[in-house]
Design a protein around this ligand. Structure first.
Ligand code: G3P
Ligand code: MG
Length: 245
């Protein structure tokens, strides 16, 4: 039976400010099998790690990432909205996160989500491919997105790239892409998976999100899914011992 990979969502989002170096450091400290992060592109074409299109929710600034330079983004406080204890945290560049993973000798799965479903960020796929050329041998990489055109662009540029389809509901496009590209994982919202069950899609390629309760963790471990994406990697890793010692 395969061991279910515990993938830290936006770092260890439940315990640290999401998508910051502190959150990724915590994911590494607890020895998460995988780390998920979200990518956007700044006005000066720099890849940055943040979940939303705008900086409003997670920082003390206002505005869209696409309208700000990396320098402007770097002035913002991305920690205090989570807790004053993280006041000095910044929005990291993609390169900074990669540097951290290399420095800490991370050997797990890096799940890079391309946030192209609201802002298309023309050229983002090529930038990611270029930057990952130097790193893809160091750890396993999977690219995910709600925008399947973006994933197809990744495959067109690097046929070996592993892609994962993000979704909340069933869509015909999922099947089509799954049939066309064999290296394909399913990253559904857990509510969808609970509703449809595991019959249509193989559990070996299933990694649902966001698995935060013990009962949802148990479901994923019991079914020996490929992975689960959680805000609480430390908790999930402890829980896994019960099912998959
Ligand atoms: O990759 C799983 C999850 O990150 C997808 O949703 O909105 O948290 O990026 P979101
Ligand atoms: Mg994400």
């Amino acid at each position: 039976m395969q061991q279910t990979k515990v993938i830290a969502h936006r770092g260890s989002k439940g315990t640290h400010p999401e998508n910051t170096l502190a959150a990724f450091q915590e994911a590494l400290r607890v020895e998460s099998d995988g780390i998920e992060l979200d990518l956007h592109l700044t006005k000066d074409q720099q890849l940055v790690v943040i979940h939303d299109e705008s900086v409003n929710r997670t920082t003390n600034g206002k505005g869209k990432v696409k309208d700000m330079t990396l320098y402007e983004i770097k002035q913002l406080d991305a920690g205090s909205s989570f807790s004053p204890a993280f006041k000095d945290e910044k929005i990291p560049s993609f390169q900074e996160v990669l540097d951290l993973l290399v420095k800490e000798d991370f050997k797990g799965l890096l799940n890079i989500e391309l946030k192209t479903d609201h802002e298309p960020y023309p050229g983002i796929e090529e930038k990611v491919i270029q930057i990952m050329k130097q790193h893809k041998w160091l750890f396993q990489v999977v690219y995910s997105s709600f925008n399947y055109d973006s994933l197809i662009r990744m495959k067109e540029r690097d046929y070996e790239a592993e892609i994962a389809l993000l979704f909340e509901k069933s869509k015909g496009a999922q099947k089509k892409i799954g049939e066309k590209y064999t290296i394909c994982m399913w990253h559904p919202k857990i509510n969808w998976l609970k509703r449809v069950g595991l019959k249509t899609y193989p559990h070996q390629s299933m990694r649902p999100w966001t698995i935060n309760s013990l009962s949802q963790m148990d479901y994923c471990f019991e079914q020996a899914m490929s992975g689960l994406i959680t805000d609480y990697p430390e908790l999930a890793l402890k829980r896994r011992k019960k099912w998959q010692p």
